[in-house]
Every structure is written in C-alpha cells, then in structure tokens.
Design a binder for this molecule. Structure first.
Ligand code: GRF
Length: 210
C-alpha cells in the first residue's frame, strides 16, 4: 500500500477526492498524514473526519526556510511517506526539500503547463489570467515537482473548455471537477509502478511492461 503524505493550505477538495477514491477501492494507497501550512482550514477537518493524523506547520514560525522544511521532512519521514502529494499547497518548496524526496513529490496545477503557471500563478489568479488572455481551452496538469516552480516532468494533462459566459469562479469550478478525477488517476499510475521518468518526459507504461 502506497503511503501518501498530503500537503494542503485550503479547502482540501483534492484531498477529499483522493480519500474517496481510496475508500472506493480505486486507489491502492493510504493517506498517512496531512500537513497544512495554515491553521483552521477545512482540509484539516476532512483529515479529522477520516481519523488521519493532521498537523499544522506554519512557515513564518521558523527562522529560516530550511528549518521549516526540516520540520516537514521530519514529519513526513516519521510516517514513512512514500509519495508527497501537494494538494492546494500554497508554498513553493525549495531545492532542499525537493532533494529530500527526489521524484517522489506530485503537484496539481489548474491550467495546461507551460501556460499560466510559475511564480504568482495560483488559485483564482490562474483562471483570471486564462480568461484575460482569451484562450478557448484550459485544463489541468499533474506533474512531478522539481527544483523550479511548476517546471517538473508532466504526468497527465486534461483539457477543459473555456465558455464565453465564464467567470473566473465558474471556470475554476469546472477545472476543479477535472482535478478530482485526474489526481487519483496519476497517483494510481504511480502506485502501480507505471510511471517512467526520462529527463523531462514521463512515459506511462502498460501493466504488461512492468
Ligand atoms: C486547486 O485548484 C489546485 O489545483 C490548486 O489549488 C486548488 C486547491 O483546491 N493548486 P483544494 O484545496 O484541493 O480544494
């Protein structure tokens, strides 16, 4: 059973979709710890309802970024986490953290990378930028985390249409529905050992090839 550590900062609807897919038997994994960068967020309630250990580690309470990330690393290791899942986690992790879990961190981004991504593109800002640009199609990307912001090897991408009468809110809601499907799919492929990273490319191998 793949042991997941989920990092959150907000509502945690992606955490919920992962939990639902574990419960249904679709995802051969277990969420062993949830870590939030903010106190009082709904993601923590969701963890509590499922009896999952949840902890709050607030970046500004640490003198340096390294000390903060050391606390994250220590917590994740104490639960023997195999894969770190960033699910609406608002911080960009430094190379120090990334090296501690090389090839074992996934992130979801609510647009088609390499468009509308990188520093400053998070939450509603992404969907506002998509609409301001006037693209007809946006989507969702799940990728491995490397040392840059949203630059790691792409695992799965799916498109979502932009409608003429969309607002950033309606578009965000449509994109989020796709997020809830694609993240469990990506984690399942990892759990099944079907993701092969070669440079920037992630090859999805068939079950027979494993
Ligand atoms: C999602 O749109 C995710 O792609 C982005 O932040 C949002 C988090 O939603 N990184 P939730 O906390 O999982 O509900």
């Amino acid at each position: 059973m793949l042991r997941l550590g989920v990092l959150v900062s907000g509502s945690g609807s992606n955490l919920q979709s992962i939990l639902d897919n574990i419960k249904s038997g679709y995802l051969p994994a277990e969420v062993v710890v949830v870590i939030s960068s903010k106190a009082g967020v709904y993601a923590l309630e969701r963890a509590k309802k499922h009896n999952i250990p949840a902890t709050v580690v607030i970046p500004k309470k640490y003198k340096t970024r390294e000390e903060y990330e050391d606390e994250l690393i220590k917590t994740l290791n104490s639960y023997n986490v195999d894969l770190v899942i960033l699910a609406g986690y608002i911080r960009v992790l430094s190379p120090y953290f990334v090296r501690a879990f090389q090839g074992k961190i996934m992130n979801i981004h609510p647009a088609l990378i390499p468009s509308f991504c990188g520093e400053g593109y998070y939450g509603e800002k992404v969907h506002r930028a998509v609409m301001d640009y006037g693209v007809k199609v946006t989507g969702v990307t799940v990728h491995f985390v490397d040392e840059g912001a949203d630059t790691g090897p792409i695992i799965l991408q799916r498109t979502v249409p932009v409608m003429d009468d969309d607002t950033p809110e309606t578009l965000a809601a449509r994109v989020l529905e796709e997020e809830h499907r694609i993240y469990p799919d990506a984690i399942k492929l990892y759990a099944e050992g079907r993701l092969q990273i070669s440079g920037r490319t992630v090859k999805i191998i068939s079950k027979e090839e494993i």
